[in-house]
Design a protein around this ligand. Structure first.
Ligand SMILES: Cc1cc2nc3c(=O)[nH]c(=O)nc-3n(C[C@H](O)[C@H](O)[C@H](O)COP(=O)(O)OP(=O)(O)OC[C@H]3O[C@@H](n4cnc5c(N)ncnc54)[C@H](O)[C@@H]3O)c2cc1C
Length: 473
């Protein structure tokens, strides 16, 4: 039998790779992990965590304003961007060292270098040009932002990686893109004091999310002063003495101190040596895997964003854990990607679980909608023109709840808990049988008795509604 330097070599110490390495080592495997940037990966260093810290920072603007209605007086609050960046850096460094310590505690050898695949059982450590043989290789290299479209001057733009450490708060920013990352940064920077414009290819933000929620987010962005330009693409970016000028396919050019391109992320597989081992990738470069995260090469697995299944931290972690249990723990587990709660941390925020109305209506013969739009209690005294939207989508034939979408304060927290009920197959009758907790916004979810609409597929009865396009893309 061939002997290897290690049982498992993990490329990439992000959410998926770290979990897999740690659990495999706890199952008794000899594990080595390589990281080319900082231990912790995108989520900890330049994704979820620093972003959420900035969301908190941005919301103080609203808190200060709202407090007047409750009797408080706050005079001239000011915001210090470098102080926030420094505090954020301290926290992510702390988290990164916790990740490092946990790996070391589990007995995982850490190599701080880029690593590339040489064959089905060999990896090259680029910093030292050393080869390490491994019985199994796990690729957890994540994804990277793309600077697209390929227009003249695009290198003047920054991506989300660079945004977290800008030396100063930009006075004017143009964000190109309308996905969740673009929306979250628009909401953050507009509240911190930047004049934000967005250039979005479609006719609304957040393609793929529920139509009514998209409208809620769009309206909230406008309300906090974001200048939204829909149905446009950038043509060129020019450098000016002060800032940049971006020409769009329609409307006046936009001038800004920073241009953020947030049009998507690509799996990190370029130059990784996958061709040398014969690992199959799709047309975006994502590694193709089976339900157990195994590639077409028996000794090579991949988890997380690099497989482009559901590019979210908890999914990468679950895939990494399932891989380690399957290969080293004798407990095969295929991750269920069917019901994944998601959030958009705009202000207010969006929390979602299950199918959107659009998808439910395309897939089910009878879809019932229960919707509520109301002003949250807090807004009555604060005077803020804020609305909460909630929507429950039900299979009219079985009463099973197919999806719940919430746009309002704490929506992400609600979506996480609702995910348990939806995963368990809860029916609308189960929601109705649940006692309300008063006074909360979430109580609306168990007191929504009146059906708002019923959609019958391919039927022309009195309640049938046209199921044509609901939302402008
Ligand atoms: C701005 C932003 C906000 C986000 N917000 C959220 C959120 O709110 N909630 C959520 O669930 N998800 C969010 N995400 C997505 C989340 O960060 C990713 O889904 C998650 O980090 C994926 O984990 P991963 O292990 O697949 O990859 P990563 O965490 O990206 O880790 C991959 C690691 O591999 C390293 N690497 C790459 N190539 C090599 C190589 N050849 N050799 C050595 N090391 C290598 C990289 O440096 C990186 O550290 C956000 C992402 C971004 C960009």
């Amino acid at each position: 039998m061939a002997s290897f330097d290690v049982d498992l070599f993990v490329i990439g110490a992000g959410s998926g790779g770290v979990r897999a390495a740690r659990v495999a080592a706890m199952h008794g495997a000899r594990v080595m992990i390589a990281e080319e940037y900082r231990i912790g990966g995108t989520c900890v260093i330049r994704g979820c965590v620093p972003k959420k810290l900035m969301v908190y920072a941005s919301r103080y603007k609203d808190h200060f304003e709202d407090s007047f209605g409750f009797g408080w007086s706050v005079s001239h609050p000011t915001f210090d961007w470098p102080k926030l960046v420094a505090a954020k850096e301290k926290e992510i460094s702390r988290l990164s060292s916790v990740y490092r310590a946990n790996l070391a505690k589990a007995g995982v050898a850490i190599e701080e270098t880029r690593a590339e695949v040489e064959s089905g059982h060999s990896v090259r450590l680029c910093a030292t040009d050393r080869s390490v043989s491994a019985k199994t290789i796990l690729i957890g290299t994540g994804a990277a932002p793309v600077l697209e479209p390929d227009i003249p001057g695009r290198t003047y733009a920054i991506n989300s990686n660079e945004l977290f450490d800008l030396p100063e708060l930009p006075k004017r920013m143009l964000i190109i893109g309308g996905g969740y990352i673009a929306v979250e940064f628009a909401s953050i920077f507009a509240r911190l004091g930047t004049k934000v414009s967005m250039a979005v290819r479609g006719e609304n933000v957040l393609r793929g999310f529920d139509c009514d929620m998209r409208n809620g987010v769009r309206d909230a962005l406008m309300q906090c002063g974001v200048d939204l330009n829909f149905g446009v693409l950038p043509i060129r970016i020019e450098k000016l003495d002060t800032g940049y000028r971006v020409t769009l396919t329609k409307g006046a050019p936009v001038e800004a101190d920073q241009v953020l391109i947030a049009t998507g992320r690509r799996p990190n597989t370029k130059g990784l040596g996958l061709d040398k081992a014969g690992v199959d990738v799709d047309n975006l470069g994502a590694i193709k895997v089976d339900a157990f995260s195994k590639t077409n090469v028996d000794s090579i697995y991949a988890v997380g964003d690099v497989t482009n299944r559901a590019p979210l931290t908890p999914v990468a972690i679950r895939e990494g854990h399932a891989f380690a249990d399957t290969v080293f723990g004798g407990k095969p587990e295929a991750v269920d990607h069917s019901t994944i709660p998601t959030a958009v941390f705009a202000t207010p925020e969006l929390g979602c679980i299950g199918l959107t109305e659009e998808v439910a209506r395309a897939r089910f013969d009878c879809v019932d909608i229960y919707a509520a739009n109301f002003r949250p209690l807090k807004a009555t005294l604060s005077g803020r023109a804020e609305w909460t939207h909630m929507k429950i989508i039900v299979d009219g034939a079985t009463d099973r709840v197919l999806g719940v979408h919430i746009f309002g304060q704490d929506a992400a927290e609600m979506a996480q808990l609702l995910a348990i009920a939806i995963k368990m197959g809860a029916t609308k009758a189960d929601f109705d049988a649940t006692m309300a907790l008063h006074p909360t916004a979430a109580e609306e979810l168990v007191t929504l008795r009146m059906r708002t609409a019923r959609f019958l597929r391919d039927a022309a009865g009195p309640e049938a509604r046209d199921s044509g396009p609901l939302c402008a893309e």
